[in-house]
Design a protein around this ligand. Structure first.
Ligand code: HEM
Length: 526
């Protein structure tokens, strides 16, 4: 079943549960939403893609966007964007304006938050007031936590990352020296959710299946509920949220698991104060120390859930994409293995510096983000007032403005043979003088937007890059892998997202030389 079908079936199932009067009320609200939306569309004086004339045109185009976003955006990019012209695309929730010109993308990101707001667009996209909590937008201290606590301590937390990733991969697979089929998505989701939660809530909770399943269920419910609520004008959202913000069951379960940890730590902080010097180094502790006084337990647990929401599917999809690319191009596996072996030998072990020095590994990760990044649009900002950009583009209050990431990433005038995956594209480019630091997986620009760039670039990308490197390096050192028919499964494009095939199996077998490998024998374990 495709992702679209899963989404549509979920929506139909939710609608079938409603009483007739609730359905009639929703229908009425939908009609008002349509009228508001149509009125709004007339105010943006820009060329548009995919819209047919007539009163139902914009709405049809919006539905088309959900299923055909990649093709629509590429059409606009080549027709208008490449000529330096902004264009608009209809989505179910609103019109979006897209800038492709690097100068205008930069201008968008540099425009003051009070005029072009990243935070407001982010909150609207997942209707976070309803699917998560109002506290998230009011006190975004999680950004600081990710940048300061998680990123700054990457070196010291690496052994835990290694330990959890390797154990969870081994616990969830039984690969032998014969070719063994593995359902990649379920394995990667488990590896990433366990490892991420090792740093968020620590042992033993990070291995509790019930806790992890509810974190994943919550993330799925929040993104599905958020996308639905966001289709309606603001004044209707509190009512619509009553039907679609299905977070309560998963939230209650997560509070039951993680709540006692917060309570216990709070008690200890009160008792010992500054004398408690060996405090745990996890997100529970970071939240307790960063949350404004008076934050309640539910909001602290919701912050853990938000971190899971931001980290798990993005990283799981990313590792899936790079493994699919390497399985479809098995000739890259041996040079990667040699690089990893040589670098670990040179550094005398696995350190953060050693991971940074693995340029081929970094390059394949960046290349998979370029060709199959999790989102096909980045840099979103919401106009907080009517605004005119320096090129004369006028956007009314409420419009979203973004960059067409995937279209830019595939442009052959920017990347030679741009639609082709070439694993060592960036490691080769880094050999040119001046390019060394610019082309790392985590370095953004107007030509590489997988994590956004500028002030609001993904704060979790440094951690995610290390997690991905560790997992891919471990797999390459220990296994060979391929697709039985040699073909890479195709991605699906669903509104803003690029989704890998979640059903595909890959064949793995143990490498005969895995136990002789120096790099393998000194993998850090807890
Ligand atoms: C490979 C994995 C990941 C990818 C591809 C990814 C991608 C992104 C993208 C595209 C954005 C929006 C930037 C923009 O549109 O300009 C973003 C924002 C964000 N990401 Fe990630 N992300 C990943 C992993 C993570 C992880 C592991 C965390 C947390 C530990 C995280 C936390 C966040 C947060 C909190 C924001 C919002 C930033 C803000 O409000 O300023 N991400 N991410």
């Amino acid at each position: 079943m495709s992702v679209e079908q899963i989404e549509i079936n979920g929506l139909v199932a939710a609608l079938l549960k409603l009483e007739p009067w609730q359905l009639a009320a929703l229908g009425g609200l939908g009609f008002i939403a349509y009228c508001v939306y149509y009125h709004q569309s007339r105010k943006i004086d820009l060329p548009s893609v995919g819209i047919e004339p007539g009163i139902f045109g914009p709405w049809k185009a919006a539905i088309n966007f959900v299923h055909n976003s990649d093709a629509l955006i590429k059409e606009g990019y080549y027709k208008y964007g490449k000529k330096g012209q902004a264009f608009k695309v209809a989505t179910p929730a609103r019109y979006m304006v897209l800038f492709s010109d690097p100068k205008m993308i930069k201008e968008l990101w540099q425009t003051d938050e009070s005029i072009m707001s990243f935070a407001k667009a982010g909150q609207e996209r997942i209707a976070s007031d309803y699917t998560l909590s109002r506290d998230l937008g009011a006190h975004p201290y999680h950004i600081e936590i990710i940048l300061k606590n998680l990123t700054n301590r990457l070196s010291s937390i690496l052994p835990e990352v290694f330990d959890e990733l390797i154990k969870s991969f081994e616990d969830n697979t039984s690969i032998t020296s014969a070719w063994t089929p593995v359902h990649n998505f379920s394995v990667m989701l488990k590896c990433i959710s366990r490892t991420t939660n090792r740093l968020f809530v620590g042992l033993p909770l990070c291995r509790n299946e019930d806790y992890l399943n509810h974190c994943i269920e919550f993330a799925t419910a929040a993104s599905r509920g958020g996308a639905t609520i966001d289709m309606f004008p603001f004044f209707m959202q509190p009512l619509v949220a009553k039907f679609f913000a299905n977070r309560d069951k998963a939230l209650a379960k997560v509070i039951a698991h993680v709540g006692p940890l917060f309570v216990e730590r709070q008690k200890k902080m009160k008792e010992l104060g500054e004398a408690w010097t060996d405090r745990p180094n996890d997100a529970v502790q970071w939240i307790l120390e960063a949350a404004p006084p008076g934050t309640n337990l539910k909001d602290m647990c919701l912050r853990i859930l938000f971190l899971n929401f931001a980290a798990i599917h993005t990283t799981s999809f990313s590792v899936l994409q790079v493994l699919y690319d390497l399985a479809a191009h098995p000739e890259y596996q041996e040079p990667l293995r040699q690089e990893i072996e040589a670098v670990v030998t040179q550094f005398g072990g696995w350190t953060k510096q050693a991971l940074t020095a693995m340029k081929k590994l970094d390059s394949v990760l960046r290349e998979s983000q370029r060709t199959s990044g999790v989102t096909i649009l980045t840099g979103m900002r919401k106009a907080m007032k009517n605004h005119t950009f320096s090129d004369g583009t006028r956007v009314p209050k409420g419009t979203w403005v973004l960059a067409p990431t995937l279209a830019i990433h595939g442009d052959k005038d920017i990347y030679e043979d741009g639609l082709k995956w070439e694993g060592f594209r960036f490691s080769k480019m880094r050999e040119q003088p001046g390019q060394e630091a610019k082309l790392q997986m985590v370095s953004g620009s107007t030509e590489y937007l997988a994590f956004g760039t500028g002030k609001h670039a993904c704060p979790g990308r440094f951690f995610a890059a290390n997690e991905l490197k560790v997992l891919v390096a471990y797999i390459v050192l220990n296994y060979e892998f391929k697709f039985e028919d040699g073909k890479r499964p195709e991605n699906k494009y669903y509104a803003y997202s690029c989704v890998p095939d979640l059903k595909a199996e890959m064949m793995y077998r143990e490498r005969g030389d895995r136990h002789q490998s120096f790099a393998n024998n000194c993998l850090p374990r807890d």
